[in-house]
Design a protein around this ligand. Structure first.
Ligand code: GMT
Length: 380
């Protein structure tokens, strides 16, 4: 198939999933065309069967806000025509599904059919989409999509509840490449030695440091751990909450043990160096960072919100707590780090679950089948 993919190219779960999906589909022989304002950060630009088409957004003094959605719709229709795309797959409803809808309409005038699939990721529904300014158009574009997927059953239910959409929503979860995300003891010992002494526990947090991630709670949990045992915290990512988290680490006098590493495009090298992942989010529709950690045999201490309990079986593959219960999360982390057998058992169970349910080899065929069903029903 020839598939156009649109996503936010910067750091964030939806862009990561879209990019990894494109890479996996290309490895399976499909031609993939990314259409966005910048090349997705996990792409090197040298992958076979993957092409990138930049959306130029010209400005004009009259425009206080340059209309990216229109430039995107134009580029989508041009790329679809020139490269004879079978379908478009847009990640994150706003504004991508609206642009895809316009591109489809533009091509329909010349008798060409271009179906599009929308994948809902989370904040496009729970935060931005639910804003009255965007709700009606988000609902319209979801219903107008030829196919809709959501990354968890929670998000599927939430979408129907918030938007009263009528288009059926198919759940296809996030995935991980289990051959890339894994614990190689030698390699992880080398990375670990860069940040910690052998007797120190290593905790990790990975996100885009937005308010919904509650990264101050990650610092608070770590402070509770650091009181009890020698430990380090690796903060991977960047975003608007970073400076307040740095300030908190300083005022709690743990800044020498909290390492802000910034954005990394190869987190598969970092994650296996950790003993525990912290994901104290206010909300997660899925929790891709926890899945990547699970695949690397790193259990998560997280919050019992959104789609997280679908991914993490509390007490078996991780431990879940109410949002904001920093003390309970800190105590649980200390308990696990002291009980190495239990920690190991959880790590093993997490890896098994990642392999059994979330490996790219299991999830990508679901996308392929979904595309085929869309092409069949749209008569292509
Ligand atoms: O929260 C993020 O990391 C960004 C956000 C996005 O859409 O870019 O992530 C959402 O999509 C991820 C990939 O599908 C999910 O794993 C995250 O749980 C989800 N985030 C939220 O729901 C807050």
């Amino acid at each position: 198939m020839k598939i156009g993919i649109t996503c936010y190219p910067t750091y964030g779960g939806s862009g990561v999933v879209a990019t990894e999906l494109g890479i996996e589909l290309a490895n399976r022989g499909h031609d993939i065309h990314f259409i966005s304002y910048a090349q997705p950060f996990r792409l090197s630009g040298r992958e076979e069967r993957i092409h990138f088409h930049e959306v130029p957004v010209s400005n004009y003094p009259l425009f206080e806000f340059p209309p990216y959605s229109l430039a995107l719709a134009t580029r989508m229709s041009e790329v679809a025509e020139y490269y004879d795309l079978d379908l478009l797959h847009v990640h994150y409803a706003i504004p991508h599904s609206v642009s895809a809808m316009l591109a489809r309409q533009m091509l329909a005038r010349s008798g060409r059919r271009l179906p599009f699939v929308t994948t809902l990721h989370g904040t496009d529904i729970t935060l931005v989409g639910a804003d009255r300014a965007y709700l009606p158009i988000t609902r319209y574009a979801i219903d107008e999509s030829d196919g809709v997927t959501a990354i968890s059953d929670y998000l599927r239910r939430k979408t129907v509840e918030t938007f009263s959409t009528t288009r059926p929503i198919h759940v296809i979860t996030n995935f991980v490449n289990c051959d890339v995300y894994l614990r190689d003891p030698e390699a992880s010992a080398t990375v670990r030695a860069q940040y910690a002494e052998p007797e120190e526990a290593v905790l990790v947090h990975l996100s885009n440091f937005r308010p919904v991630k509650r990264i101050q709670d990650a610092i608070g949990i770590f402070a509770g751990v650091a009181k009890e045992m020698p430990a380090r915290l690796l903060m991977v990512g960047d975003g608007p909450e970073r400076s307040s988290a740095e300030w908190l680490a300083k005022s709690l006098k743990i800044s020498d043990r909290v390492h802000f590493l910034g954005k990394h495009d190869q987190v598969n090298h970092l994650l296996p160096a950790a003993d525990l992942m912290l994901m104290p989010s206010e909300l997660e529709s899925f929790g891709l960072a926890a899945l990547e950690a699970m695949a690397c045999e790193v259990p998560t201490i997280g919050t019992n919100v959104g789609g997280v309990p679908e991914l993490i079986q509390n007490g078996v593959t991780g431990l879940l707590f109410p949002v904001g219960d920093v003390d309970a999360m800190a105590q649980a982390a200390v308990g696990l780090l002291r009980d190495r057998d239990r920690l190991k058992e959880m790590a093993r169970a997490g890896r098994q679950e990642a392999q059994r349910t979330y490996c790219a080899t299991r999830v990508i065929p679901k996308y392929e089948e979904f595309y085929e069903s869309i092409l069949r029903s749209s008569g292509n």
